[in-house]
Design a binder for this molecule. Sequence first.
Ligand code: SF4
Length: 329
Amino acid sequence: MIESTGHEEISLSSLSSSDYDKLQELVYFLIDEFKKNGVNISLPSLRIDAFALDVMSKVQDIKKSSLTFAPEAGSQRLRDVINKGLTEEVILKGAMDAFLAGWNKVKLYFMLGLPTETMEDIEGIATISNQIAREYYTIPKEERNGKVQITASTSFFVPKPFTPFQWSRMVTREEYLEKQRFLNGKMKEQLNYKSIRYNWHDAEVTILEGIFARGDRKISKSIYDAYQKGCIYDAWSEYFKYDTWMEVFKENGVDIPFYTSREREADEIFPWDFIDIGVTKKFLRKEYDRAVEETVTPNCKMSCSGCGAATFQGGICFEAHTGNNNINC
Ligand code: SF4
């Protein structure tokens, strides 16, 4: 593919790259194979450890590249709600290790509008951005690589089918903009605000994503009508016609809040319920309840929570019985 496309980067993306035990071998092989052709290798950097820093220093120009973290939520409480196993301590330690190795740019990705979110959680985004900048300035001046740059970005949470949040309401465009303004204000209050840049994603595209993500057959006609009215290449902002979409939804009687900002009843039958993905609806509801109670569900490598995926007889559930883990599904 590299030969035929001329692409300049191979990016390994995964939800949980550390579950793949040949990762180091693969990455070092790719570096040896492609570095001479100027092809960059990029890794999902959920965990910044010695290996990740070694790889990054081999494939990136430390002075130009930035370190990426996706804490998703600004507070530990909310990270527990979304079962995100990344603690503040890990983020700060990873950032510090990278600073000591010469990096001075950090990118942080967050979501606004997560279920149960409070203003304190949002403020947490500004606080952690500031804390990372503060860590940098604990390094003696002569050992620093110039000024630190923290770029925090927020996108808008979209509840998806087959997830514990398939019952959740999505915040409205107005609520989202209010959260964004609040966070922007909090960013400016931070001591190191000059080192922090805050970027946000447009709410309009996200509203559409919210409708389509949990839409049913009733919205098909709107999609066709929008296409007839010239809505193509919507992912390119210069072609995106928000007003046309709103117009066709109106013409077809699509009630937007019904699909987006409505909390579903526990026993609601969803349009996607007839698809069997292995994971049961009962399990997802249990996870939803645990999320609201801020209880973290352990990783499958630690223990099986009986989600139902074992019916497919593959993957992590069965590696457990042949490998060294003690999972008993
Ligand atoms: S080990 Fe398998 S069955 Fe158990 S929770 Fe994980 S994916 Fe589900």
